[in-house]
Design a protein around this ligand. Structure first.
Ligand code: SF4
Length: 107
């Protein structure tokens, strides 16, 4: 569904990017722009995806936008997936749902 004239395109874009329906301008400078998106969701290549992010000129903007987006709903936080903004899903999950300290951790 990448054709703006297709039914549902504008709805999908609004769901992804808000009322403007436009991706943020910083995405034009993303280091991953020409990278297969599967790289960021393949657990066998997490280090490769993190390496792409490490050299990305818009890493901070990407991380901030994604954190805002993912934090917006419980389901997005709960089902965090993929490498985004130089972070893994598990590291973001740990941020959203920090492990409670056990008695052994405190002692
Ligand atoms: S930080 Fe990573 S995921 Fe975000 S735009 Fe850059 S390369 Fe892509």
């Amino acid at each position: 569904m990448s054709n703006p004239s297709e039914p549902g395109y504008r709805v999908l874009m609004a769901l992804l990017f808000g009322l403007s329906g436009q991706p943020p301008a910083w995405r034009a400078d993303a280091a991953c722009a020409d990278t297969d998106p599967e790289l960021f969701f393949d657990s066998q290549h997490t280090a490769d995806a993190l390496a792409v992010c490490a050299g990305c000129p818009v890493l901070d903007l990407c991380r901030a936008d994604h954190t805002t987006w993912e934090s917006a709903t419980r389901s997005r936080r709960f089902y965090a997936s993929g490498v985004v903004g130089g972070t893994t899903a598990s590291s973001r999950n740990q941020t959203y749902y920090p492990r409670k300290q056990s008695r052994e951790d405190v002692a």
